[in-house]
Design a protein around this ligand. Sequence first.
Ligand code: ATP
Ligand code: MG
Length: 395
Amino acid sequence: MKPLTTYLVRVGELTLKGGNLKDFEQRLVQNAQLFLDGTGSHVRIRAGRMYVRVKPEFEEQAEYALFHLIGAAGWARAQTVEHSIDAITKAVVIEAEKAATRGCKTFKIEARRSDKQFPLTSYEIARITGEAVHQEGILSVNVHTPDVTIMVEVREHCYVYGAQTPGHRGLPCGTGGKGLLLLSGGIDSPVAGFRMLSRGMKIDCVYFHSWPYTSEEAQKKVEDLAKILASYGLGTHLNIVPFTRVQEYIRDRAPHAYATILLRMCMMRVANLMCEITGAQAIITGESLGQVASQTIENMSVTNGMASYPVLRPLIGMDKEEIIQKAIEIGSYEISILPYADCCVLFSPKHPVLRANRDEVMHLWEELKIDALLMEAFNAREHKRFGWHAAVKST
Ligand code: ATP
Ligand code: MG
């Protein structure tokens, strides 16, 4: 039988979490196990390190899991060797050779020894193994800006590894309550969802659909975005609420300039209902202050009035470039830039109300008497569930 492949995972912020540490660690392990369910893998955490051991045929799945595991700060595939300096040196030379084939020219060794029974100090381990790499002429030493840092960890077992892959950091999903994300087909809302996922929140999604003004493709795009979020959040529920009649109703009965703000208020109202039945504790949107004309603090404060749950806007202080960067990183950007319009683009006034006066808007809202129609839309919602592997299977 082939030996198991070991991944060493650096655990991000968990080290800061004092009393909650055990719960957070346990959740991280459980989340990793969910990704690897059915593969017979071992996951455990010890002294701030997570160890994932998988059969070689599941390496690809393990690497997918580690890329998507929020709470992992970085990880590396490690060689596990005996507690002897010869075995360690051999493994270090192998890592140096691998680094050279990747194009690295310089290296340094970082050794850690938590097993104090081991007869050599960290410094001696680094010196001996470094010398061997140097003598073989594989790489040259550069202690300040090396192309690769080869790590030696002498613990209960000895681990040697080279290239580390950075993880997404954050807190393990499931430790921060549950939020309801207003997910549109744009660039911003998936990133907003991801940011809350990486604070440990579980996320459900709601999309307001205006078929036939918006296409089936627009909905498919939102489903694909929900799958991306599901891949980090260990699954998600997408609620699709038909909003065509709501939009038509607003168009026919309210002053045109107020259409956008009234529509936002309607979305918030329905999101609030959704929280009541799903147990979500907060509403999340992808708004960023001033990004578009309608995203003013006045308008946000009016829409807040429609919700009895906290409204989280994790992108509020981010600029578009930063948001795009994150969208690229998490894999949502390519989907978001597909051309299908989401419902807000239609019926949009050329000159929307920028700084809604609360009394004025509330007066219009009362006149509109839209509650029954919103309830109807809410009751007609469609529900889809995506598992963490939905994004993999659809590609
Ligand atoms: P995004 O890129 O997320 O679509 P945006 O820059 O297009 O945002 P708006 O259209 O003003 O901005 O939407 C602001 C927020 O309102 C979105 O980030 C999203 O949270 C929510 N939202 C807008 N349209 C919808 C929709 N059709 N369904 C669900 N939520 C929506
Ligand atoms: Mg949008």
